[in-house]
Design a protein around this ligand. Structure first.
Ligand code: B12
Ligand code: SF4
Length: 464
């Protein structure tokens, strides 16, 4: 998706909670991406801060080695530093990760706020660690997994995200292709978890199959808070769904009520069926600043959709894309290739479907068996996984073959999907000269940087 620099949302959320709940704690956030700090610089910063604890963000499986190197750097500076990490990947792989990476002292499993606060409060006496719920650690060569911590019942007990802790780098965060280089960008969390159970997704299991929601008023107020205090003009709502009922409508109304809807825009990921359910609300959502929706279309083959347990149909995708376009909301569709039953023909059909669907923007990805998913378990059991290099788990590198295609062939098919959608001059010209401002910007941006070619160079020759 071109150049972007996101604020480190998970970490500032955790830090804001520590500030609120733990007495006498000094917190420093180091955003190495934003501050352009390399490994040596990180080492120096840790040295000069002389912390008791170093906690690293992780976000996605593909960042595993970067997390490990970060914690290694902390241990190099001072072996007594307590090193901590968490998030979806380390939660799902706690046992193996502790074994494989002895530089990790503690893995926080699942929800992080309360657990990290307790670790910080009790860190002076490490013998109390076993009494903390929701952690995994090694003690005298033994792997200890304390009982899971119950989820926070009401998400509104959480403080507003700690953007003040990264205020010096706030003007650096951007999502150029989506919102332009100069639009200050913030992430806001409106809910945690998901009420669906797709077999390729880590999200619902990580949050114990529960979907907890902030109220529309609170979400709108958080957007307003970022706008007023940090000048945020573009907000990525981290939710995965709108859901049914009046939620989407109420959110749009609350944003409009706050009076600055025309000064900011926002983005969300959504299910096709939720867009259809909320079709009457789309004009209001657009008025509230919703400019871009990423739709999980995933696939069109009935057997693949069934294996994915997504619970939507190609017809839902057609309707959802049409509705978004009619309402001037940029329709971005995501597809997954490389399911076990995929063949050259089925992927060709998917390409045809994507072309016919004609969303404003598409992304194709290779089915990635993220640890913690049903697909990972099945694939591991059956020996389908050919690549355990976590840095390749970015949905761009093919990790598994299908019944009829080798891993390299899946990889080539992925590139072919991009070429087929973005290659034709007709689509390029329609994009570059589109009457839709957003589409014009995206296609001009892509054309200027030959993004499809860059995509090819990311992986060609990757599977060894
Ligand atoms: C916004 C977002 C992005 C944004 C911005 C990320 C950012 N810097 O904040 C961008 C666009 C950059 C992005 C990119 C990618 N993303 Co993303 N992203 C998300 C999204 C929607 C929200 C993340 C978030 O902030 N959540 C809210 C925070 C509070 O939750 P959290 O991070 O899980 O943290 C909580 C706990 O897990 C725990 N915790 C987490 N880390 C730590 C660390 C410590 C020390 C402790 C104590 C606790 C702890 O405590 C936190 C509070 O309770 C999630 C899906 C989701 N709804 O969560 C996907 C998600 C994280 N992304 C995912 C993926 C796959 C990617 C990409 C690989 C996609 C791609 N092909 O490019 C890249 C990876 C980029 C990279 N190298 O980091 C997957 C990860 C799956 C996996 N196991 O790898 C997710 C889960 C989506 C999904 N449903 O599959 N992403
Ligand atoms: S893919 Fe989307 S709908 Fe399915 S479980 Fe994950 S977040 Fe929920």
């Amino acid at each position: 998706m071109g150049e972007y620099l996101p604020p480190p949302y998970g970490i500032i959320q955790l830090a804001a909670y520590l500030e609120k709940e733990v007495k006498n704690v000094d917190i420093e956030i180091l955003d190495c991406n934003a501050e352009q700090v390399e490994w040596k610089g990180m080492e120096k910063r840790i040295e000069s801060s002389n912390p008791d604890i170093v906690a690293s963000s992780s976000l996605a499986t593909c960042n595993t080695y970067v997390v490990v190197r970060t914690l290694e750097t902390a241990k190099k500076v001072n072996p007594d530093i307590l090193t901590v990490t968490g998030g979806q990947h380390f939660t799902a792989t706690a046992q193996e990760s502790l074994k494989q990476y002895p530089v990790i002292d503690v893995i926080v499993r699942g929800e992080g706020e309360q657990t990290l606060a307790e670790i910080v409060s009790k860190s002076k006496d490490r013998n109390t660690l076993p009494r903390i719920k929701g952690i995994s650690f090694q003690h005298n060569g033994e792997m200890i997994h304390s009982p899971s911590r119950p989820l926070i019942e009401n998400l509104e007990q959480l403080p507003y995200p700690g953007y003040h802790l990264v205020k010096d780098t706030m003007d650096k965060y951007h999502f150029t292709m989506m919102a332009g280089r100069d639009s200050r960008y913030a992430l806001i969390e409106g809910s945690r978890g998901c009420s669906h159970e797709c077999s390729f997704c880590t999200q619902w299991r990580h949050w114990q199959g529960k979907w907890r929601l902030k109220t529309p008023k609170r979400i709108a107020d958080e957007m307003e808070f970022c706008h007023r205090n940090f000048g945020s003009k573009f907000v990525w709502l981290t939710d995965d769904n709108f859901g049914a009922g009046t939620r989407a409508n109420d959110l749009a109304e609350e944003i409009i009520k706050n009076g600055t809807a025309d000064e900011k825009t926002w983005f969300v990921q959504a299910r096709c069926d939720d867009i259809i359910r909320n079709k009457e609300v789309l004009p209001k959502l657009r008025k509230s600043g919703l400019i871009w929706v990423l739709l999980g279309v995933e696939n069109t083959e009935p057997s693949t959709l069934e294996a994915f347990k997504k619970g939507i149909t190609p017809e839902d995708a057609r309707t959802a894309v049409k509705l978004l376009k009619e309402n001037g909301i940029f329709a971005h569709a995501m597809f997954i290739i490389g399911g076990r039953k995929d063949t050259v023909k089925s992927i060709e059909n998917l390409r045809e479907f994507a072309n016919e669907l004609d969303p404003d923007f598409v992304m194709f990805s290779a089915l990635t068996p993220f640890p913690g998913t049903e697909i990972f378990e099945e694939a591991k059991r059956n020996g389908w996984i050919e690549d355990f290099n976590w840095s390749h788990y970015d949905m761009v590198h093919a990790i598994m073959p299908t019944e009829t295609l080798s891993r390299l062939e899946v990889q080539e098919q992925l590139y072919e999907c991009y070429r087929s959608f973005y290659g034709p001059w007709r689509r390029k010209l329609q994009g570059v000269f589109s009457s839709n401002k957003m589409k014009r910007r995206v296609f001009r941006y892509m054309a200027g940087r030959s993004l499809v070619e860059q995509f090819k160079s990311l992986f060609m020759g990757a599977p060894a």
